[in-house]
Ligand binder design. Structure first.
Ligand code: ZN
Length: 92
């Protein structure tokens, strides 16, 4: 698990890798790299989500389909937006 800890690979499915951890795309809970279920919100992390929370300098950004859409968000705000986008994608 060495290497660049801040790597962001759009093809990685539902996860964001940051400092050796993953961030849940639904609740932004920090999870181990090998987590398959979010221990915070119960999301199945094996199902890829187009919405991701990614590190953006000191803040966070929202990426959809690997493309950064919203920059400079506080984590709490990024979590709320990601959760809303996730719900919308489930419905549509
Ligand atoms: Zn979660």
């Amino acid at each position: 698990m060495l290497g660049n800890p801040n790597r962001f690979s759009p093809g990685q499915g539902a996860f964001v890798e940051t400092t050796g951890k993953r961030i849940c795309p639904s609740c932004a809970g920090v999870l181990p790299l090998d987590a398959i279920l979010c221990k915070h919100c119960g999301r199945d992390l094996t199902v890829p989500s187009p919405t991701k929370i990614v590190p953006d300098g000191a803040n966070f950004a929202i990426a959809i389909d690997g493309e950064i859409k919203l920059h400079g968000l506080e984590l709490a705000k990024a979590k709320r937006i990601a959760a809303i986008l996730d719900e919308v994608q489930k419905i549509s």
